[in-house]
Write a protein that binds this ligand. Structure first.
Ligand SMILES: [Zn+2]
Length: 73
């Protein structure tokens, strides 16, 4: 039997709560809070699979879901 490597893809979404003077600063601070990667266990160390989270981008802002979302003044 042959051996194959199958690539699968999922979308990860993350919300970060930060304190900032304005939306631009909020986005900057949110990026500062992002994890650089996943831990050994989640990355699939010694498993048949490996998991790598890609780069996060700021989600689109809409009237229904403003982004950044003002949580409190
Ligand atoms: Zn983990």
């Amino acid at each position: 039997m042959a051996e194959y490597r199958v690539y699968l893809q999922a979308t990860a979404e993350m919300a970060v709560r930060v304190e900032a003077e304005d939306e631009t600063e909020a986005i900057d601070k949110a990026y500062d809070e992002l994890p650089g990667g996943v831990c050994a266990q989640c990355s699939g160390w010694r498993q048949k699979w490996n998991l790598d989270i890609g780069d996060f981008e700021v989600s689109d802002s809409t009237d229904e879901f403003p982004n950044p979302e003002l949580v409190s003044d």
